[in-house]
Design a protein around this ligand. Structure first.
Ligand code: PHE
Length: 352
């Protein structure tokens, strides 16, 4: 053991050198892993430079030992404090950058490009519904898979009616089929309710059509049914004329042409003046000034019998329209296949 003061001076000098080297090393520390590495090489049990200073104390005694011990303690304290400080800085920098990355400014407006919009058929259907709801009609729906009875039989279709043909109707197993119109819901609703009643029935219908500019094998209809006492054709005409004006504008006129449906008698086809040219003739109405609006008629007494109403006591009217077609007129669409292509360039034209 040596008590040479030079030794202790050398030891104190060592401590200062170690602190100076540590300060230089500390400048390059950029993350917590590097910091741990730095801590180990100065204060670590096995290879720490300061730890070595303490081990070297064993070789000393007296004043030299005291001086060297004090120097080693100082070094340990300075390095420990600086490590502490660097760790605090690194941790708060990490928190700040995480907060920055996660920052959400709730006052920013939404990105308009990502907003969805209602399909043109849905928008048109909503307008149609609004007109009838404002007249007191309820909105009802029914199954898309129907039986032959509800789709045809109860609606007074004769056995040999061409619409029953496999060519027109998509048949499923047994007696089931995909409904070809929304009219079966008339029967279902009347079976469950007593008059007076007024409903509209929007929904998908299916026909075995090859898609072209004016046909899709699936399309959307909206049915209407009103049953009460003392209902006449004048009520039907007034209701539909009001509807056409509400949908296409107050200057719209309607005309009723005789038609045929097994479930209405008499039946009519209703046209409205073209909303694009107001009757002058244009591309939308193919020059005629008129567009087809819907089919309608007074409910056939056979239907009332089929649902247990007394046809001598109640009357009613019904109508049915193709929503795809009305929307096509509204938007001047040439090819209704575009509705179901889901091309965003097409659909975006209808977002407001
Ligand atoms: N169901 C008929 C069709 O699909 C439309 C219609 C409904 C006609 C109600 C008259 C009464 O063409």
């Amino acid at each position: 053991m040596s008590s040479d003061p030079n030794d202790s001076a050398a030891n104190a000098g060592d401590a200062d050198g170690i602190v100076a080297r540590f300060e230089a090393d500390a400048l390059g520390i950029a993350d917590l892993d590097a910091l741990e590495e730095l801590r180990a090489s100065y204060l670590g049990r096995k290879r720490g430079a300061v730890t070595a200073l303490f081990q070297a104390l064993r070789e000393l005694d007296g004043d030299a030992k005291r001086a060297a011990g004090a120097a080693a303690n100082r070094a340990r304290q300075q390095i420990g404090a600086r490590l502490e400080q660097i760790e605090t800085e690194l941790r708060s920098a990490a928190t700040a950058s995480r907060e920055q990355a996660e920052l959400v400014d709730v006052t920013l407006p939404a990105i308009p490009d990502n907003l969805g919009g209602l399909h043109p058929i849905t928008q048109t259907l909503q307008e149609i519904q609004n007109v009838f709801v404002s007249m007191g009609y309820g909105v009802v729906d029914g199954p898309e898979v129907e039986t032959d009875w509800y789709n045809f039989g109860a609606l007074n279709f004769p056995e040999e009616h061409p619409a029953r043909d496999e060519q027109d109707t998509m048949r499923l197993a047994g007696d089931l089929l995909l409904r070809t119109h929304t009219s079966p819901v008339q029967i279902r609703y009347m079976e469950q309710h007593q008059p007076p009643l007024a409903i509209i029935v929007p929904g998908r219908v299916y026909r075995r059509d090859t898609p072209d500019a004016t046909h899709n094998p699936m399309f959307v209809q909206c049915e209407g049914l009103l049953v009460d006492t003392d209902i006449t054709l004048a009520d039907l005409k007034g209701t539909l004329d009001h509807f056409a004006k509400a949908l296409f504008g107050p200057g719209t006129k309607t005309r009723f042409r005789p038609g045929y449906f097994p479930f209405t008698e008499p039946s009519a086809e209703v046209d409205a003046t073209c909303p694009a040219c107001h009757g002058d003739g244009c591309r939308v109405c193919k020059g005629s000034g008129w567009v087809e609006l819907l089919g309608c008629g007074m409910v056939h007494p056979a239907l009332f019998e089929n649902v247990g109403y007394d046809p001598t006591k109640v009357q009613g009217f019904a109508f049915g329209m193709g929503v795809d077609r009305i929307a096509a007129v509204r938007y001047g669409l040439r090819d209704i296949r575009a509705y179901y292509d889901n091309d965003l360039r097409f659909l975006r034209q209808f977002t407001s």
